[in-house]
Design a protein around this ligand. Sequence first.
Ligand code: MN
Length: 420
Amino acid sequence: MGRGTGGKRAHGRREKSSAVTELLIPEFACILAVSGKDRCDARAFLRRVSPKAVILSLTPYRVEFSDDPCSPEAMRGAFQMLKNEMERYLSSGREVGIDCEDLRDDQVNQLRKLVPRHFVSGARIDLTPAHMSSVVTRAPPPTDRKAEQGPFDAVGDVHGCMEELLVLLSQLGYGVTEWLDADGSRRFDISNLHGRRLLFLGDLADRGPDNVGPFALVMDACASGVALCVIGNHDGKALRWFDRIASGKDDNVSDAGGFDITRAQLLAETPAFRHRLHGFLDSLPSHYLLENGDLCVAHAGILENMQGRDSPTLTAFCMFGDTKKGDVDEHGLPVRGYWAQDYHGAALVLHGHTPVPEPLWGPQGNVCCIDTGCVFGGRLTALRWPELEFVSVPAGRAYARHPYISDSGPDTDVATPGLA
Ligand code: MN
């Protein structure tokens, strides 16, 4: 997958001119500082921009590894030790800076690729004298919204169930007006008299009857500040489709999972609408950590050490959950591990992704799945925060068949995350 906010923002450098360099580096990023042809002092740079970081370099390991620190064996062994140490610190949650002295270019890149596995973004900086006097801003990742306060209404997978969404929003106390703009795009005004906000858990489209409506509504709700939305695997697929078209490649994205309906409906919209939607999907974060860290929303799930951080590996977990790579079940769907079993975090995690007949609390009571399979004939459910009250609307009908859910409705035996 590899999409999401992590990769791009890790390299969020804004270089105004060669004289003054402004560096924007997310908190927790692992910086790999390369001295470059100007022989800049990478260690001094790291100390300044990452005062809390453990700073590692190859040299001490070369000496430790062999009496002949310049031998090829010493170089290889030392690099292995450096990799291990970097991973050990990152996995324990420490910030790490790498002084890349004596490392080959391919070794620097090897290290950089390992970083995201630990839910941290890796930023390589090839130093110039301008960097040494740069103004550095360490901003929290876009997923860290601890300062945002509720009350919130979290909404599970919509999957194109626009009618049910409108009924749900009305029951939750939101005023919604639809109108057409000059381009002919569907637009929405959404208001809430009580200052409540919506949290969409992703998977706005696919399989349902009106896949444009939820996209259009949520885009406007986010733009006006009434809603926040995280990316789901189905939104990620639409984003991939847009990306392929924009880059001039074919638009070859699989029809599976109801994307065929969404694609046809999007193609009937205006280019201006598709352009705006592309930008919106591209801006969606993997998750949000809210309410001083008491509440976390992610489409498929999230572990404690990922919350408020950012990396492509983390984004994949948030979108798809704990998939066992390559394993598929008897229905040909990826096997889903039940990550909530091992989740002991302080934040209540609200997620969707796996349709369940009733909202499902995790074993520790700190996780709740609110995807009640509306598109499969279940219900569209919201959870109110901090009240922890459920509000749900029954589906008009079953718009699609899920392999786990029979025509007679969701089957309690087989729709439990991780057990299915
Ligand atoms: Mn879904």
